[in-house]
Design a protein around this ligand. Structure first.
Ligand SMILES: Cc1cc2nc3c(=O)[nH]c(=O)nc-3n(C[C@H](O)[C@H](O)[C@H](O)COP(=O)(O)OP(=O)(O)OC[C@H]3O[C@@H](n4cnc5c(N)ncnc54)[C@H](O)[C@@H]3O)c2cc1C
Length: 649
């Protein structure tokens, strides 16, 4: 059991203080429900309690230790948070997502233990998601998806669990189910639980301790029967209501009253019959008509009139990009430009903003997006994602759709690259004052020039020191090693096959330079020219072979090299293969003129392969490995990085 305490806590977004001088202790081993109107600061409080939002003043203590003094993984092993709208990488299955709950318990290159397996199985069973475990998350209903997220939080097996509106998208049966699961967990494991809930009835039913938050402070707290009173409901939710015992549980039940029939409706009016609160709101420009109707209802039982009354007191909630957007837009300056071979140029890009970039671990093959400027002057279409921006959270999710609406000549082009290396300020290889990163870009400069084609290569060819460019990359505060932009996930595998062309060179080299000792296997990089080879230092025993193809087509050397290796050394992937070529129907051909091959997985046996490059070459290799050799495709990630004859996007 663990105790979480907030002392003298002040939480703020830029200049807007949301939680002020707040003291709160979540009783050890109990379920605490946090209630309050929209905009009252309850979700912000949960962010502060979970370290997502650093306090402006005061501290949050876990069993007496300041949570900001604990290492990231140590805290994640003890305290779990399920935010309101968690984001999952594309193409992830239920089981894969729940498995990610075990990451805090594992090292850089994880070993899957019996305890991990048991935690995942228990979480799947408790949330009744075991029957969905092989399904893709994207295919599930909102309710099913929410249960999977809860399963992931349960698999983490923390002493403290914080949940922000976990029942929001669920019908009433599933709401009860979720809350039953959490109380069961609390009863059987003694987990200290805090839940932000907008439904007062359910909060009263399931709480041992209830906290009502109003204007960023604790209005009152205690046993539900002591906290839920007509006076509290009126002050906190601006709602007239009667309180009666719930016929099922005896806990307090809120019966909303219309304004006219409310016992104190007349008393609350001014002498001229006007409602003083409405008059104040109208004067302040926050009259009901101006309030965003898409916001959440503070009480599921409230009438429209009550909703309007409750919402009228709210300010729009603005959140800093650093706190709300997993992806940030960085303005980077070209600090150096170096040819690293015949066909690749290295751009060293720098900015103080890069201190916000990261994934809480090695970058491996992390992908980023460069925004290649168009010929016309452009507005900043990424303003909401800048590290110093404060925006409506909808802007964090909707930027891509909005960007696509803009004419290409103005918005420019988005292209995908890997980070070859990143060096923080103070790194011996970084002589500047700000963090910097290298991107190695292939100069495929086809003639004649076709507008909108080859734009990244041409930009790289012409770039000069001092030029600037926008890059989209992961926000280190919000994403962890499970970030969807990383595909190299060997899991338990220690025997590797890495293969790619010059576009995969930066990713393969970065992976090799990160691997610790203990990994074996082979890496092949096919480049146009022997002068494109790079020096790679790896502590692993993975053997790197460079293949210089000259003027021959892509894959001319890579494809036979991989085939030869697997023919000569079948034992390399023997214990991972199903041993027999795939039956018709087991293997779907990918029409690479319709869709670029992108099939990634997390290693779970002794062998893992990662193959990236021109989509046609990678598709042929996939056919050989999966169809002809019968290699289990769950142990191979195939990525078409680009497709001959087709511009990205
Ligand atoms: C996850 C990921 C990581 C990547 N990392 C890198 C990286 O670190 N370095 C890197 O250089 N590339 C990398 N790429 C590949 C890069 O995104 C593509 O090469 C991209 O198409 C380049 O954009 P462009 O504007 O120059 O060409 P586009 O406008 O996209 O394409 C124009 C034409 O050029 C052809 N073409 C595109 N790329 C090449 C090429 N490399 N050689 C020959 N012809 C080509 C296309 O088939 C098309 O006909 C990565 C791709 C992915 C998906």
């Amino acid at each position: 059991m663990a105790q979480l305490t907030a002392r003298n806590l002040q939480l703020a977004y830029e200049r807007r203080v949301v939680v002020e001088d707040l003291d709160l202790t979540l009783p050890e081993g109990k379920v605490t429900m946090i209630v309050g109107a929209n905009g009252s600061g309850k979700s912000t409080l949960l962010r502060g309690l979970s370290r997502l939002l650093p306090p402006r003043q005061g501290a949050v203590l876990l069993d007496g230790a300041d949570i900001h003094s604990l290492r990231g993984k140590e805290l994640a092993r003890r305290l779990g948070l399920l935010p309101q709208s968690p984001l999952a990488p594309d193409g992830v299955t239920v089981r894969e997502l729940v498995t990610r709950g075990r990451y805090p318990h594992q090292g850089l290159f994880p070993q899957w233990s019996d305890e991990d397996e048991q935690a995942v199985a228990e979480a799947l069973a408790l949330t009744r998601t075991d029957e969905l475990e092989g399904r893709l998350l994207d295919e599930l209903s909102g309710g099913q998806r929410q249960r999977v997220w809860i399963a992931m939080a349960l698999a983490q097996r923390t002493e403290v669990l914080l949940l922000d509106e976990p029942t929001t998208y669920l019908d009433v049966t599933h709401q009860l189910e979720v809350l039953d699961v959490v109380s069961e967990l609390n009863r059987t494991r003694g987990t200290t639980v805090a839940i932000v809930l907008h439904d007062l009835q359910l909060a009263a039913r399931y709480a041992d301790h209830l906290v009502a938050v109003h204007r960023g402070a604790v209005h009152c707290q205690g046993a539900p029967a002591d906290v839920i009173t007509s006076a509290m409901v009126k002050e906190v939710f601006a709602l007239n209501a009667l309180i009666a015992p719930d016929p099922v549980t005896g806990t307090p039940m809120v019966l909303p009253l219309g304004r006219e029939t409310a016992p104190d409706a007349v008393a609350s009016r001014g002498a001229d019959g006007t409602d003083p609160e409405s008059a104040r709101q109208a004067a302040a420009g926050t009259a009901p008509g101006t309030v965003d109707e898409s916001e959440e209802d503070p009480m599921s039982v409230a009438t429209d009139q009550h909703r309007t009354a409750a919402r009228a007191s709210e300010e729009p909630v603005l959140v800093p990009a650093l706190e709300g957007s997993p992806q940030l837009a960085f303005t980077l300056t070209v600090g150096a430009r170096t040819m690293v071979g015949e066909n690749l140029v290295r751009l060293t890009l720098t900015s103080p903003e890069l201190r916000h970039l990261g994934v809480g671990g090695p970058l491996l093959d992390v992908r980023i997006k460069l925004i290649i400027p168009g010929p016309e002057a452009s507005a900043d279409h990424f303003a909401a994602l800048r590290p110093d921006a404060v925006s409506d959270p909808d802007a964090f999710a909707g930027w891509y759709r909005d960007w696509l609406q803009v004419d290409t000549a103005e918005r420019g082009w988005m292209r995908t690259y890997s980070i070859r290396e990143m060096r923080g300020a103070g790194h011996p290889g970084n002589l500047g004052e700000d963090p910097e990163l290298d991107i190695d870009m292939v100069l495929h400069l086809e003639e004649p020039v076709v507008p909108g084609s080859g734009v990244a290569a041409r930009w790289a060819a012409a770039a000069e020191v001092g030029d600037t460019i926008t890059m989209l990359g992961p926000n280190r505060r919000l994403v962890g090693p499970d970030y969807g932009g990383i595909e190299f996930r060997p899991g338990t595998a220690r025997r590797l096959l890495l293969a790619g062309d010059e576009t995969a060179l930066p990713a393969i080299c970065a992976i090799l330079e990160t691997l610790p000792a203990g990994f074996t296997g082979h890496a092949f990089i096919e480049v146009p020219d022997a002068r494109d080879e790079q020096r790679v230092l790896s502590r692993s025993d993975v053997e790197l072979t460079w293949l210089a193809r000259g003027d021959a087509p892509h894959g001319t050397l890579l494809d036979p090299a991989v085939r030869r290796l697997l023919d000569e050394r079948p034992e390399l992937c023997q214990d991972c293969s199903v041993g027999v070529p795939a039956e018709p129907g087991e293997f779907e051909e990918v029409d690479i003129d319709q869709a670029i091959l992108w099939e990634t997985t997390e290693g779970h046996g002794p062998f893992y392969a990662w193959l990236a490059g021109e989509a046609g070459v990678i598709t042929t290799l996939r056919r050989h490995l999966v169809k002809e050799l019968g290699v289990d495709r769950k142990q191979v990630s195939f990525m078409g990085y680009w497709r001959k004859g087709r511009a990205e996007g």
